[in-house]
Write a protein that binds this ligand. Sequence first.
Ligand code: FAD
Length: 258
Amino acid sequence: MITRVSNEVQATHCPAELIERKAISANLAILRFRVSEQPSFTAGQFATIGIAVDGELVERPYSIVSSPHEPFLEFFIELVPGGSITPRLWGLKLGSVILVRRRIVGQLILDTDVTHHLMLATVTGIAPFVSILRTQQIEREHGATTNHQFVVIHGASQSADFGSYRNELEQLSRAGWLTYIPTVSRPWAEPNWQGESGRIEDIVRKYSDQLAFDHCNSVAYVCGHPQMVANVKAILERARFSRDQVKEEKYFSLDAID
Ligand SMILES: Cc1cc2nc3c(=O)[nH]c(=O)nc-3n(C[C@H](O)[C@H](O)[C@H](O)COP(=O)(O)OP(=O)(O)OC[C@H]3O[C@@H](n4cnc5c(N)ncnc54)[C@H](O)[C@@H]3O)c2cc1C
C-alpha cells in the first residue's frame, strides 16, 4: 500500500504491517499491525494512521485497543462507505504496509486520582477502554497492587457488534474489579438476547446509582458516537458529575453528516 515515502514522512511516521485481521461483521473489523518501532503510549490514547490516497497521505485517528505492554497495535474499525480511509483499510491484505505517526496522543487515559471509573462506549468506542483494562490485567498479573474498580457499559444495535471484546471483558470481569454491561438497542431483533436492552443513555443512571459509581467517587469516560456522548454528558451533569469528572472522545462530528 505504501511504496515510497518522503524523508519528512519517515521522520514522523513508522511503517506498520498488517499481521492479523478478524472480521466482526460486514462493516466491523479488528486489525493488528506490527510497527517497525513500537511507539510508546499510555493506555487509552489514539494513533494516527496514514494511507496513500491518489498519491497523497491521508490520515485519521484511531484509538488503540492493545495495551502498551503488547508487541503490536490493535484497532477496532468501522467501515464508513464512501470514506477516504476505511474502504482502503478493508482492502489491505496480510503483509500490507501502512504508516502510523510516531507520536501517539489522547486524553482518554486513566485518572489515577480516583478509584472508580465509569466507562461508556458505543461499538468501536470500546477500544480505549479495552486498552486500559488489558493494561490493568497485565500489571495485576505482574504483581501490581491497585484498587481501581471499573464499570463498562458497551452499547450496540445488535450483540454481534460487541465482537470478541464482549467475551474478553466478561472473562476479565470474573476477577471482581470490573463490571461489564453490554446493552443492545434493538432487542426485538434478537429474541434470545438475555442481557440489558436499550441505549447507554437509558441505563447509565440505573447502574451508576446501583453500583455506587457516582459523582462522589467516580470519573466517567464517554467514547464513540457523538450523539451518545452529548446525551450521556447531559445525564451525568444532572447526576452532579462536574465537568472535570467527565472525559470524552467523539469519533466524528454530527455536523459533517447533516
Ligand atoms: C480520537 C478519535 C479516535 C477514533 N478512533 C476510532 C476507532 O477506534 N475506530 C473507528 O472505527 N473510528 C475511529 N475514529 C473515527 C476515524 O478517525 C474516522 O473518522 C473514520 O474511520 C472514518 O474515516 P474515513 O476516512 O473512512 O471517512 P471520512 O472520509 O473521514 O468520512 C466520511 C464521512 O463519514 C462521516 N463519518 C466518519 N465516521 C463515521 C461513523 N463511524 N459513522 C457515520 N459517519 C461517519 C464523516 O463525518 C464524514 O462526513 C476516531 C476518531 C477520533 C477523532
